[in-house]
Design a protein around this ligand. Structure first.
Ligand code: C2E
Ligand code: MG
Ligand code: MG
Length: 716
């Protein structure tokens, strides 16, 4: 028979008694009181019923066959879930002995016969309530202990008058004792405290004992196994009726992991992981701090801004892991140089300090305080430059990493961190312009230079719409026949106010500011339209190469854009060639391969410009879909006099041919150079010997008359 109410509402009671009448009476009395009852007629059956039905309370008669009540109770306690169930022992004898025996067997309470039936229900309900309260308490204790364990938080208590201590299990764990055999005393905690912290902790504890105050201390301990931990202790005093401390309670929390994490976060915020040097953030804070000191002491302060020369091309050609290693070793070297020698060794009160920071990328800053003279900074700069003349070994590479340094000093060049930094940076650029591997002090005229740059940029932004940009074309001549094979398009900018600005000045500016994207697009479209126009006018087809800057090359819409321009102009793609520098290709080899393949897919020819100035080898270039290699002007210049340059040029030609690339020599200015290149199988020549870059009209005339030009070699 099932009663839906029962499952939800009624408490199930197991009654075990061998006397059927007694069971019947119990049942009716308990059912009347609102309980559900199951019965068992001996101890063994009682255990089986308990396991099957899981009653919430058990009433056990003492005298039963098979297994008496005491054994049944003891057995019950060993069953799963039997540990906490309330057991009420029903005993016939009211003697102390059986009551004792009942408790020993684990009974919760006892009930002596004859039973007061009217009270039975109340008695049971009362025991149930007490047992539920007890269970809840136990559960919350377990939860609390778990929470404390997770927080590594232990609790202790000291009854002062009785000198009785209590330590929670977690305290034992925290101080490296096993929770079970925890023989902790206050002394055992004190013994572990770091000698430098002991006095502080003792002082706080004694003050608490005098009833003065609660305390809150952090200290280090060394565990019995030697590991160091960081502990936070808090304690509070409870006064007795007499107003003196009756009880002191405290918590111990192990904050080691938390403190380590905090230190790590702080480290990451203030130090650079690669070099271990303090970073830009530290620098910013230190400069402000040092400036306050300098203003107070009225002593100059110098800020050195240092940038590794040509780092980008090393990074691009040898890869970032090599670049990283180089930065690390470079940083090590400056730190050693700075630390290892007393730059400004002067008698008596010299108090200068020198710190190095990694500012970002290949930039480092140095802060020099407590100077006697502003120009002392030059000694430091010179020493650092001197130390960077030795090669740095990175794996199998022997690298030379020189640097350019800009110096600004307080108070002459500014009295706040921003202007000092800006001026040191400007001075650094000046050092680069002067040929690198040198240092420069900031001067007022540098401000002038940066103003000019800003001015130039503003003009460049308007150059396209004002039609100030033009393309000039420089012919490329077949070395053997002397016939014009094609030409290179070169940008020219003539401004209304400032006259002609050379590409070496405005192209890098355009690249830096991103203006190269619209300018480059203009040049591509202009060149394609021009080639088409020449063809329409009946001129022999001529291939024109257009320079692509690294930034344009990596611009995601490049292939799309060129495809569009080819469509618009209807130009045959094999009449267009694109020139790229080595570093643009080498920066990210896999992306470069993808872009080059897309461009090749359009049918365009690809050339490597200024070859030999980067760090890539021909072997590197093997995997790229290229057609042409242009030997840089710097090798061609002395090719007929300098055997070393001649050897390089010969090697480049031979290797390029073995890769199926055609070779162009740039910057050919005289007959000797031409003769050398022609004899040694260079394919094409470009240079002032034949023509400077000229306007489109002149270029057209040049092609028309090409057949009859003086160097035309008819017998080839
Ligand atoms: P580049 O691509 O290596 O161009 C060759 C440079 O050498 C040109 O300088 C040219 O006038 C010069 N040159 C040619 N023959 C001789 C010679 O016999 N002797 C000497 N001393 N120089 C010669 P230019 O026109 O001043 O251009 C400089 C650089 O500006 C170019 O070097 C190229 O990297 C860049 N550039 C020019 N036009 C563009 C362009 O449309 N887009 C991009 N991204 N860069 C361009
Ligand atoms: Mg070029
Ligand atoms: Mg070139």
């Amino acid at each position: 028979m099932s009663n839906p109410e029962r499952a939800e509402e009624k408490t199930l009671i197991l009654v075990a008694d061998d006397d059927e009448t007694a069971r019947l009476l119990m049942r009716s009395s308990l059912e009347q009181a609102g309980f559900d009852v199951i019965e068992a007629e001996d101890g063994a059956k009682a255990l089986a019923s308990f396991e099957a039905a899981m009653p919430e309370i058990v009433l056990l008669d003492v005298e039963m066959p098979n297994m008496n009540g005491f054994s049944a109770c003891a057995g019950l306690r060993k069953l799963p879930k039997g540990e906490d169930v309330p057991v009420l022992m029903v005993t016939g004898h009211d003697d102390v002995d059986s009551v004792n025996q009942a408790y020993e067997a684990g009974a919760t309470d006892f009930l002596s016969k004859p039973i007061n039936w009217a009270l039975l229900g109340h008695r049971v309900r009362y025991i149930l309530r007490a047992s539920r309260t007890f269970r809840n308490l136990k559960a919350s204790e377990v939860r609390l202990a778990k929470a404390q364990q997770m927080a590594r938080l232990g609790h202790w208590e000291w009854q002062v008058a009785e000198d009785r201590w209590y330590f929670s299990e977690e305290v034992c764990r925290i101080i490296g004792f096993a929770p079970g055999d925890c023989a902790v005393t206050r002394q055992s905690v004190t013994n572990l405290i770091h000698p430098d912290d002991q006095g502080r902790v003792l002082h706080a504890f004694e003050a608490a004992l005098r009833g003065e105050q609660a305390y809150d201390v952090e200290f280090r301990i060394t565990l019995p196994d030697g590991t160091a931990r960081i502990i936070h202790e808090q304690a509070e005093v409870t006064l007795n009726e007499k107003g003196s401390p009756g009880r002191i309670e405290g918590t111990l929390q192990d904050l080691t992991e938390q403190r380590h994490a905090e230190e790590r976060i702080k480290y990451l915020a203030y130090f650079d992981c690669l070099t271990g040097l303090p970073n830009r953030q530290s620098f910013a804070e230190q400069v402000s701090h040092a400036l306050r000191g300098a203003k107070r002491s009225k002593r100059p302060l110098a800020l050195l801004f240092m940038d590794i020369d040509n780092f980008k091309s090393i990074n691009d050609s040898l890869g970032h892991p090599v670049g990283d290693q180089l930065l690390r070793k470079f940083a090590e070297r400056i730190t050693q140089t700075v630390r290892g020698s007393d730059f400004l060794a002067r008698p008596v009160e010299d108090q200068h300090e020198l710190h190095v920071y990694r500012f970002g990328g290949d930039e480092f800053t140095l802060l020099l305080t407590g100077l006697q003279h502003e120009h002392d900074a030059a000694i430091v700069a010179r020493r650092i430059l001197g130390s960077s003349e030795k090669a740095i070994q990175v794996g199998s590479h022997e690298l030379y990493a020189t640097a350019s340094i800009g110096i600004s000093v307080f108070p002459s060049d500014g009295d706040d961190a921003r202007s000092l930094l800006r001026n040191a940076d400007a001075a650094m650029y000046h050092a680069k312009e002067k040929g690198k591997n040198t240092f420069e002090f900031y001067t007022e005229s540098l401000t002038q230079i940066s103003l000019e740059r800003i001015n130039l940029e503003a003009r460049l932004r308007k150059a396209i719409e004002r039609s100030e940009l033009k393309l000039h074309y420089q012919p490329r001549v077949d070395a053997k026949t002397g016939l014009v094979r094609g030409g290179e398009a070169l940008l020219r900018w003539v401004t209304s106010g400032m006259g002609a600005v050379p590409p070496s000045k405005f192209i890098p500016l355009a690249e830096e500011t991103g203006l190269i994207i619209p300018i480059g697009e203009w040049a591509l479209r202009e060149a394609c339209q021009q080639i088409q126009a020449w063809q329409a006018a009946g001129l022999l087809p001529t291939t024109i190469s257009v320079n692509l800057s690294p930034r344009q090359f990596r611009h995601q819409r490049l292939a799309f854009l060129i495809g569009k321009i080819l469509d618009e102009t209807g130009l045959s793609p094999d009449l267009l060639e694109l020139e790229l520098t080595e570093s643009a290709i080498m920066e990210d080899v896999s992306t470069a391969t993808k872009i080059l393949q897309e461009l090749k897919g359009l049918g365009i020819r690809m050339a490597v410009d200024d070859f030999g100035t980067g760090y890539s080898s021909l072997a590197h270039l093997k995997s790229f879909p290229l057609d042409v290699l242009k030997i840089d002007r710097s090798f061609v210049r002395n090719v007929s006099e300098d055997p070393e340059d001649a050897a390089i040029v010969l090697a480049i030609i031979a290797m390029a041919h073995s890769l199926g690339l055609s070779v162009v020599a740039e910057g050919v200015e005289n007959e000797e150079q031409y003769a050398f290149l022609k004899t040694n199988s260079c394919d094409e020549i470009q240079g002032y010997l034949f023509s400077e870059p000229v306007s489109a009209t002149e270029y057209a005339r040049f092609i028309e008359t090409s057949e009859s030009l003086p160097w035309r070699i008819t017998d080839a």
